[in-house]
Design a protein around this ligand. Structure first.
Ligand SMILES: *[C@@H]1O[C@H](CO)[C@@H](O)[C@H](O)[C@H]1NC(C)=O
Ligand SMILES: *[C@@H]1O[C@H](CO)[C@@H](O)[C@H](O)[C@H]1NC(C)=O
Ligand SMILES: *[C@@H]1O[C@H](CO)[C@@H](O)[C@H](O)[C@H]1NC(C)=O
Ligand SMILES: *[C@@H]1O[C@H](CO)[C@@H](O)[C@H](O)[C@H]1NC(C)=O
Ligand SMILES: *[C@@H]1O[C@H](CO)[C@@H](O)[C@H](O)[C@H]1NC(C)=O
Ligand SMILES: *[C@@H]1O[C@H](CO)[C@@H](O)[C@H](O)[C@H]1NC(C)=O
Ligand SMILES: *[C@@H]1O[C@H](CO)[C@@H](O)[C@H](O)[C@H]1NC(C)=O
Ligand SMILES: *[C@@H]1O[C@H](CO)[C@@H](O)[C@H](O)[C@H]1NC(C)=O
Ligand SMILES: *[C@@H]1O[C@H](CO)[C@@H](O)[C@H](O)[C@H]1NC(C)=O
Ligand SMILES: *[C@@H]1O[C@H](CO)[C@@H](O)[C@H](O)[C@H]1NC(C)=O
Ligand SMILES: *[C@@H]1O[C@H](CO)[C@@H](O)[C@H](O)[C@H]1NC(C)=O
Ligand SMILES: *[C@@H]1O[C@H](CO)[C@@H](O)[C@H](O)[C@H]1NC(C)=O
Length: 593
């Protein structure tokens, strides 16, 4: 039901005022994140790879040519995306591809009448082997300007910065990177799969002397799946038949992204619940956007235990799938709504001492997924005897493990290679007031282990979300309304990043904790969609802390930032090259007393 705000923003008709263009300094809108390096002063060369204004850009991505910098020795590569926008606009998803390989998935903040600016700097050194080749650059940012209401174009520049860092234990980026995508860059379109409609399959014939192989998966729910984490099981979508919001969104609040090799499960991701910048309450995400909004997270699966299959010289299928919980199927796994944008890349390191890798049989042990679902519907009997539903609460818990083990010969003898994952999930929801009020309290946690190091990596994503809409009985579209939103959530990641570790970019574990605790009240009417009216109120706090083990001198070992915002302004901002203690997200609220 939360997605209706999106419909509102699409369907509202605007009475335009005068075109106010202020010369005021644009509002800086940012994401709390660690910079990829302590200084950028040691840049050895730089070039602009994307410069484009996105107006009506559905089906019209920027397509250019990447030319490697000449006469410039470099190891590290960093991209700086900076952009401006002015007017009214939705958040938009954007994808950067080099040929068929996805490099970066980002989303935009929402502009104001007086204009915003943002920038984000991302290290892409793990893609180093691609960066010596001339190839296509595709940046897709589907935007729409409709004359009166949606006026904001996005003017985007992406600059590549090159550094010649020395890496203490050797610089060993993947030698080859294979796209697990729709392979459409020749048509100047991004190669992303659109699931569940597309098959999501790429057939790859790989080198026969692979030493290590890792698949990096990028997946985000958009369109009808934008708020998947607040959805209900499909058989409950008509619980509030008289709701002005219409039917609830189905397929449950559980999502699993799967990687299959020749139809066999090789790894899974239970994704982080991204909230984009018009999500739930557009007023809550400016000037600080939601966690990961500018840099959507990928998930890595070590597929080294599959080498006896992958190195046999034959083609193998790599398939990406997204599924949800479904109480009506035998295994409780069902399809999802439209749509998930998904793609992946296979990073490969070779053993130059052999022509063909010697690897043992593949042992697969799975348990689950097991689900535990309980639901309760509160009803009311009116004086004439008719029954109506007043509340719907449910809990959905899930658990799953998988373990893939094999052996591989090395110059020093045979060693065990394995990939283990354990995941658990719980979501408790309560919908009342014809679904206009909703509480979601969820925790997704996972641990994984590969033989690249002896560290078990862990993540925990707690989300506590309350939203209460006040809309006209005729529905939210065009009619004035408001939303009260309270969100408290964290992203806690602790462990080894497989790609950076195998590449020699990092030599140990890293730890990231981000938390946002925000209360916002947002009003709209026929003329105000950008949420800067004086009755819009937002108060929030953001904590971010990072510690890592970079293998180069300019790398960041510790960083932190604490921010407090009030409406569209920052009222406290403390940054330091040290860590801070981040208080925990409160797992559940009793908002309604
Ligand atoms: C990124 O670009 C913006 C220009 O919009 C600039 O202000 C910022 O300093 C750049 N960052 C780096 C690291 O070059
Ligand atoms: C877009 O931004 C670039 C770089 O800042 C600037 O040179 C250009 O004039 C801008 N284009 C428009 C149409 O504003
Ligand atoms: C690639 O995209 C097209 C168009 O969306 C789709 O029909 C096709 O199934 C996709 N291919 C794969 C392998 O998923
Ligand atoms: C992958 O190979 C299978 C089996 O040969 C074939 O049916 C399928 O069309 C191929 N898919 C793609 C995307 O190439
Ligand atoms: C109450 O909810 C149940 C479960 O979703 C649904 O089958 C039923 O039709 C609802 N009753 C009314 C009166 O809407
Ligand atoms: C690899 O193959 C080449 C060509 O067949 C052969 O000359 C060479 O001896 C082989 N190397 C090893 C390590 O087996
Ligand atoms: C019974 O009362 C409810 C609530 O007052 C009303 O919505 C419904 O139309 C009534 N049904 C009949 C059959 O009168
Ligand atoms: C093999 O063993 C030697 C001596 O212990 C070590 O230096 C080398 O790194 C090892 N090689 C591999 C591939 O593990
Ligand atoms: C859901 O909310 C209603 C209304 O506030 C309350 O009566 C009910 O106890 C809540 N259910 C749960 C499981 O918290
Ligand atoms: C819905 O939320 C509003 C605002 O928090 C609250 O005042 C109201 O009591 C809630 N209604 C129900 C039925 O939960
Ligand atoms: C989180 O926000 C709520 C509501 O504004 C507030 O009561 C609570 O104190 C905040 N928690 C922290 C740790 O700041
Ligand atoms: C919408 O709200 C704004 C800000 O409160 C107000 O200035 C404007 O007149 C309102 N428009 C309508 C049509 O009520």
């Amino acid at each position: 039901m939360l997605s209706f705000i999106v419909l509102l923003l699409i369907a509202t008709v605007l009475v335009v005022g005068s075109d106010e263009r202020h010369e005021d300094k644009a509002l800086e809108v940012f994401q709390a994140a660690n910079p990829p390096r302590k200084t950028f002063d040691d840049v050895v060369c730089r070039q602009t790879i994307v410069q484009h204004v996105f107006e009506n850009s559905y089906g019209a991505p920027f397509a250019g040519t990447y030319t490697p910098p000449h006469y410039c020795d470099f190891t590290t590569v960093v991209l700086n995306l900076s952009a401006t926008s002015q007017g009214r606009q939705h958040d938009r998803l954007a994808l950067l591809y080099f040929n068929d390989v996805e490099i970066w998935r980002t989303s935009t903040p929402t502009p104001t009448q007086s204009g915003i600016h943002w920038s984000y700097v991302k290290d892409i050194t793990i893609f180093r082997s691609l960066l010596d080749r001339e190839q296509k650059v595709i940046f897709d940012l589907p935007n729409a300007i409709d004359g009166n209401l949606y006026t904001g174009a996005f003017n985007v520049t992406i600059e590549a910065l090159y550094f010649n860092d020395e890496y203490q234990s050797g610089f060993t980026p993947a030698e080859e990177i294979f796209a697990i995508s729709n392979l459409t860059s020749a048509q100047n379109t991004p190669s992303v799969f659109n699931l569940p409609g597309d098959s999501g399959v790429a057939n790859l014939t790989l080198p026969r002397n692979i030493k290590n192989a890792v698949v990096s998966i990028m997946a985000s729910g958009n369109g009808a799946e934008e708020f998947w984490f607040a959805n209900v099981p499909s058989e409950y979508t008509d619980t509030f038949s008289t709701s002005p919001l219409g039917p609830l969104s189905g397929h449950s609040p559980f999502r699993e992204v799967q990687l299959l090799i020749d139809g066999q499960l090789a790894g899974i991701s239970w994704p982080f619940p991204i909230i984009f910048t018009t999500g739930i309450d557009p007023g809550a995400w400016r000037p600080i956007v939601g966690l990961n909004a500018y840099d959507l997270p990928s998930f890595e699966v070590d597929v080294t235990p599959w080498l006896s299959l992958l190195c046999d010289g034959q083609a193998h299928s790599f398939q990406l799938q997204v599924v949800g919980y479904d109480s009506l199927t035998q295994d409780n796994i069902g399809t999802v709504g439209d749509n998930w944008w998904v793609s992946a890349s296979l990073f490969v390191w070779l053993d130059h001492a052999v022509n063909e890798t010697e690897a043992g049989p593949i042992n697969k042990v799975h348990s689950g997924p097991t689900f535990d679902f309980e639901a309760f519907i509160g009803t009311e009997i009116s004086s004439n005897g008719s029954v109506s539903n007043t509340s719907f609460s449910f809990s959905l818990a899930a658990e799953r493990s998988l373990s893939i083990t094999s052996t591989r010969a090395t110059t020093n003898g045979t060693r065990v290679v394995s990939w283990h994952q354990h995941l658990s999930y719980i979501s408790i929801q309560n919908l009342t007031n014809s679904a206009l009020n909703q509480t979601t309290s969820a925790v997704t946690s996972g641990s994984h282990y590969s033989d690249v190091s002896d560290v078990v990596s862990r993540y925990v994503y707690p989300l506590t979300l309350y939203s209460s809409y006040d809309v006209s009985p005729e529905g939210p579209v065009i009619h004035p309304g408001s939303v009260l939103c309270m969100v408290d959530r964290s992203a806690i990641d602790d462990g080894v990043n497989l790609l950076q570790f195998y590449s020699g970019v990092e030599v140990g574990t890293k730890s990231l904790v981000g938390r946002q605790n925000i209360t916002s009240k947002y009003y709209w009417n026929d003329t105000i969609v950008e949420g800067t009216g004086s009755n819009n109120k937002c108060n929030g706090e953001t904590w971010f802390t990072y510690s890592g083990a970079p293998a180069f001198a300019a790398g960041v070992k510790e960083y932190s930032r604490y921010l407090r915002e009030s409406d569209d302004a920052i009222v406290a901002d403390q940054q330091a090259w040290t860590t801070i203690v981040v208080p925990n997200t409160i797992p559940i609220w009793d908002v309604e007393g």
